[in-house]
Design a binder for this molecule. Structure first.
Ligand SMILES: [Zn+2]
Length: 66
């Protein structure tokens, strides 16, 4: 496995960011889409993750539409 995927279950990370006094917002990066990007893709730990809503998430896997 060379990639990590995240679902919307980011509660712990949100708390950590609030504790640091800085909330990082990551909306879907699809042009014109203002939906919260709950699905991230990070090819390596050295690269900042990119975020999309489920509808635009380019790494959807067949059979996992939830
Ligand atoms: Zn979107």
């Amino acid at each position: 496995m060379s990639r990590l995927t995240y679902t919307a279950d980011m509660a712990d990370e949100s708390k950590a960011k609030q504790a640091a006094g800085r909330i990082v917002e990551h909306l879907c990066e699809h042009p014109g889409c203002k939906v919260w990007g709950g699905f991230g893709y990070m090819p390596s730990k050295a690269v900042p993750p990119r975020w999309w809503c489920w509808e635009h998430y380019p790494y959807q896997q067949p059979g996992s539409t939830r």
